[in-house]
Design a protein around this ligand. Structure first.
Ligand code: GTQ
Length: 350
């Protein structure tokens, strides 16, 4: 029997007399019921994020052209933003919480020091000789390296090599901007601290003992070399031949928590010829091919993620990844909104 307290079709705005609507507007009031189903849709959220593919072969020449058109002094950060059309390109969002940009630094250039409230990471795509100085730590940038520039830490990028260097920036800028907490401060170049503190954390299974003395740093490890993450994936695949999801999470080695507060970062290996089905989970995700390529199936789309390509997939969407090579493993970098969803208590696997 029909529940007398419920009807699916709620009253519309047009059902209300115009003078009543005008009286509401004049007092900054809005009736909920015409919009209730919009803000609380049945069973699954409305998502603006669309499956979007940014092939590297298409964006690379345009980024190099930006290097000719715009000197670094006029750009500060020479970045082409990977914008999701579902949000509107001008919003510069890859998803609700994620921003993606491809940044170019030419030999001898300096992207000067600043700090800001959004958290960032860099995934190095191409080139040698560049470095990021973050919190006084000089982090050399090599292909596949993940370098953190978390909230509040001074950072600048320089380049002592000979060819162009390109990296993928992943920031939680859309979320921080939405919460009206996004700002930056420019500053002088920070003094470089001697030594390489991160090296102390870069060996699997052991970390500096913190019982007597912690590093005192919220972010003790800022550079995650690709060689180490890659070796971890290969040994995981080798030691667990039956394991489907050969994936590692970039963590803070002192706490075991996600490397940053809002976005999660992972490296995934597809075995030669492997097809991997990932369940629908609430966070939107980003895939970037570090080595090799994969077919990505999501939301009725199949796209071919070639090496150095990047794509975004909305949340609550199952994803199938297929290694395009039958003989070589494929290695993907992934970013998602899982730490944010867990903190908010809305994280779901369906
Ligand atoms: O390199 O500091 O893509 O501040 C956007 C904002 C990169 C950076 C971006 C930034 C940076």
């Amino acid at each position: 029997m029909q529940d007398p307290h419920r009807t699916e079709a709620l009253g519309r705005l047009e059902d209300l007399p115009q003078d009543y609507r005008d009286a509401l507007t004049a007092q900054n009031l809005v009736p909920l019921w015409p919009s209730l189903r919009g803000v609380l849709p049945p069973h699954i959220p409305a998502r603006k994020t669309q499956v979007t593919h940014w092939p590297y072969a298409g964006l690379r020449p345009l980024l190099l052209q930006a290097g000719e058109l715009t000197p670094i002094e006029k750009a500060e950060r020479r970045v082409l933003v990977l914008a999701n059309p579902g949000h509107g390109l001008e919003k510069m969002q890859a998803s609700a919480a994620m921003y993606l940009g491809m940044q170019l630094l030419l030999p001898g250039e300096l992207a000067p020091a600043h700090r800001h409230t959004p958290n960032a990471v860099r995934m190095v795509v191409e080139g040698e000789g560049a470095w990021t100085l973050v919190g006084g730590q000089k982090c050399p940038m090599a292909r596949g390296d993940l370098i953190l520039t978390p909230t509040g830490l001074w950072h600048e990028h320089g380049h002592d090599g000979s060819g162009p260097v390109i990296w993928l920036d992943v920031l939680d800028l859309p979320l921080v901007y939405y919460t009206e907490t996004s700002y930056h401060v420019n500053g002088p170049s920070q003094p470089e601290q001697p030594g390489n503190a991160a090296q102390a954390y870069a060996r699997g299974g052991v970390v500096p003992t913190t019982v007597y003395q912690r590093s005192g740093q919220r972010y003790p490890m800022l550079r995650y070399p690709w060689a180490d993450a890659r070796a971890a994936l290969l040994s995981l695949a080798h030691s667990e031949p039956g394991r489907d999801c050969v994936q590692v999470t970039y963590i803070n080695p002192e706490t075991g928590e996600d490397a940053e507060n809002i976005l999660g970062f992972y490296a995934l290996m597809l075995r030669p010829g492997q097809t991997l089905a990932l369940p629908a989970r609430s966070p939107a995700q980003v895939f970037h091919a570090i080595e090799g390529g994969a077919d990505v199936e999501a939301d009725g789309h199949t796209l071919t993620l070639a090496e150095a390509d990047t794509c975004a997939v909305p949340g609550y969407t199952p994803v199938v990844l297929k290694n395009r090579s039958a003989t070589e493993p494929a290695f993907l970098f992934m970013a998602d909104e899982a730490p944010l969803h867990r903190k908010l208590g809305v994280y779901e696997v369906r």
